[in-house]
Design a protein around this ligand. Structure first.
Ligand SMILES: Nc1nc2c(ncn2[C@@H]2O[C@H](COP(=O)(O)OP(=O)(O)O)[C@@H](O)[C@H]2O)c(=O)[nH]1
Ligand SMILES: [Mg+2]
Length: 257
């Protein structure tokens, strides 16, 4: 684990919010209906049952009456103590964008100042063009993401869909290479996390309602980390891994030669 040089201060490495606390901004981008709001919702519930004190501001959704995001969803978390980063306290804001094409301006605003990106694909068969358009738009707005070393991860959601209704993963890997978001297949695969927000939500709810839930709680009544069902861990992974990657990347690049 890196430790910060004594000459560097937190302000040299991270932006600080209104209360002087360093923070990072993560943005979940992707076509409409991919599952961006679902991911942030499940992650909020998870943090609430695991460690409610790490929720600095709970989920705000700006959506229409049918639940479609029209601006963003946003929630801010704090790194729980003892997660091995050498900064005293760090907040990570997670934003999701409004996917419908007509909300371009809103996406542009939300993307501003992003420290890391999660791009979420929808593998539903009829969504190919929407996925490609969304990637193209992100590249047009952000430029050369790989070249700029802007930390990013790819989420392939809806893996619960039957194979005949899904675009194969291979096709997404090829797209990542074609769009220069990965240099080769191995690199592309390393960036991809396969998830099912639907399954994660159901398994988390089932777990919380199960009669033997008490055995999974610690002495404070919090869900133990090891009790995360795999589908739920997969939802947390992009957010938590990206946060770690940004912190490491920042500290490395701020280190004096
Ligand atoms: N089958 C399936 N449906 C999902 C999954 N994640 C989200 N959905 C559904 O997809 C729709 C859009 O989800 P939402 O989170 O609002 O997508 P957003 O537009 O990207 O924010 C909703 O009906 C969700 O229930 C998933 O992993 N599998
Ligand atoms: Mg949404």
């Amino acid at each position: 684990m890196k430790t910060m040089s004594s000459k560097l201060t937190i302000r040299d490495i991270f932006k600080v919010d209104g209360s002087g606390i360093p923070y990072l901004k993560l943005v979940i981008y992707g076509p409409s209906l991919a599952g961006k709001t679902s991911m942030l919702t499940v992650y909020n519930v998870l943090r609430k049952v695991e460690d409610p004190e790490t929720i600095y501001s709970s989920l705000k959704k700006i959506d229409d009456p049918s639940g479609r995001t029209i601006f963003y969803d946003q929630s801010t978390f704090e790194l729980p103590k003892g997660q091995g980063v050498s900064v005293p306290k760090l907040r990570y804001q997670v934003w999701s964008t409004a996917g419908q094409k007509r909300h371009y301006i809103q996406r542009k605003v939300v993307l501003e100042g992003a420290d890391g990106l999660i791009f979420m694909f929808d593998p539903s068969k009829n969504m190919w063009d929407d996925n490609v358009d969304s990637v193209d738009e992100l590249i047009a707005l952000k430029g050369d993401i790989l070249g700029k070393s802007l930390p990013f991860l790819i989420v392939l959601n809806k893996i619960d869909l039957p194979a005949e209704e899904r675009i194969p993963t291979e096709k997404f890997l090829d797209l990542l290479i074609e769009k220069k978001l990965a240099s080769n297949k191995g690199d592309a695969y390393m960036r991809v996390i396969e998830t099912s927000c639907l399954q994660a939500r159901n398994e988390l709810m089932t777990l919380l309602r199960s009669p033997d839930i008490k055995t999974k709680l610690d002495e404070y009544g919090r869900l133990q980390k090891g009790a995360r069902p795999l589908s739920v861990q997969k939802i947390a992974q992009p957010i938590e891994q990206l946060t770690r990657e940004i912190v490491i990347h920042r500290i490395k690049s701020a280190k004096p030669e």
